[in-house]
Design a protein. Sequence first.
Length: 404
Amino acid sequence: MMIRAEDLSPARRAGALAFLLVGYFFYAWSWNTVDILRPYIRESLGLSLTQSGSLYTLQSAGALVGAVVMGQVADRIGRRNALVISMIGYGACLLSGLLITAYWQLVVERLLMGFFMGSMFPIAVGIYSGLFAKAMRGRIAGLVMGTYNLAVAALGFLSAAAFAAGLSWTALLWAGAVPVALALFAFFAIPDDRTTVPFGGPIDGPTTATSKLPVAELFRPGVARQTILLATMTGLNFFAYQAFTGWATTYLKEDRAIDPAVIGDVLGWQFIGAAIGGLVWGAIGDRFGRRSAALGFVIAAALIPVYLFVPMPTTALEVTGLVYGIMLSASVVWGPWLSELYPPHLRSTAASIFNWGRIISMTAPLITAPLAEAFGLAPVMCLASVAFLAAALIWSRLPETLGR
């Protein structure tokens, strides 16, 4: 029997969102171990800069495949069912890191973990965009992004606490046990989207994709150019993120010689800013339209050289990182925006475009690591500013979905 999302009680929909946020928290924690723990993984396994940088490329490659495959699987078997698969998958892979002793094992782990983590964004968008009205999806997306960034901040702060207590970085991998233990509770917490009409959708419209290859519908005449531009835009965002934030721990540790216990605090404030920014830009996107948030990328591009080249004490570095984090979160509106640009039955497949951009971002460590060895980290990290500006330009040229 079909039921409209509007007819579900606010408490039922809020409970579903709360469970989704828990799964998203541990996905974010798992994903960012590749960056925040990079210098410690490198030291533990005796990796070169290029090898340690390749971990993000490997993880992104897995995420790209996972987004394409699992986004379509979610639209066919149901987003709730796909969420269970992904939570068990990425949690188990993070736990497997406790057993790794060689680079090749790390390669396998990051590829597999990337596959399951790459599916989390399109699945999450598919679930919340079906449960809530279009006019508030930007704010819901802000909560989701805020959860993501709070998880990264928690990883940064707890890594600092762990090192101060003399614990190994591997203690932070035990977090993978939580999503594995909680995954099956999704069947109780989240309504079955296969029998739920999306909020505001037609009662007789399909709730899941019927074609064997839903992604092909994103390249039909009339939307193919839009799809390609969206993928390019997200790719530039990921490249910028990896070129700057991905090397931030290494830059602070090796170029600025900041104590590891302090580095976690510096990065933690950046991600607290990102959590705040998700709420701010989500509200802006709901009020002024999805394209209005492109301004955040322009400001982020301007802040990067300030962070890298202006001499400042640790406190000022934390404040600059906080503001940068707020601007970085302008992309929060992309989740609902992507789902709104295409038919409702394709909402997870469409949201997977967000991760297609990893085709571009996968090259970031392979490009930036050799350049950093030749010219130094700071000049190379400024490539992030160029990428942010290019992404903002594309963003401003694509269709608006709220009629603002």
